[in-house]
Design a protein around this ligand. Sequence first.
Ligand code: SF4
Ligand SMILES: [Zn+2]
Length: 136
Amino acid sequence: MPYSALPTTDTLIPGCYGHPGFAPKSALYSDRSQLLKLCLPLLPTCGPCPVRARCLKQTQPRAGRLDGIAGGRIWFQGEVLATVEGADDQELPPALGSRQACGTRSGIDEHYKRGERYCDACRTVLTSSTQLQLTE
Ligand code: SF4
Ligand SMILES: [Zn+2]
């Protein structure tokens, strides 16, 4: 094994490293569905990635209105289009504040679209609707 001064935990090379498909050139797509089609095959790469939360913190996809893949999500102009299987809502940045729609289905959708964590009111609705589905 080659000598490395770094602890092994710091030598992680994520699956996306050096892959241009994670930030596709704007000439390759003109709308969200084209971007989604380009990125969906690559999204599973983020599934086993142990640095998803750190990736989101560093790339700040919502603030930077990112197009591409970061932190296990496909982003278009800073909005989430898809999330990798097994990703946790707690990885996302917290919501800036609660909105009028919070505690309803559209409040939940708004958090999702903005790529932020659910607030307590929305999480309660989400949990109870999931439980309802499970008991049906
Ligand atoms: S979570 Fe971030 S660092 Fe990990 S594979 Fe996905 S884009 Fe790369
Ligand atoms: Zn909410």
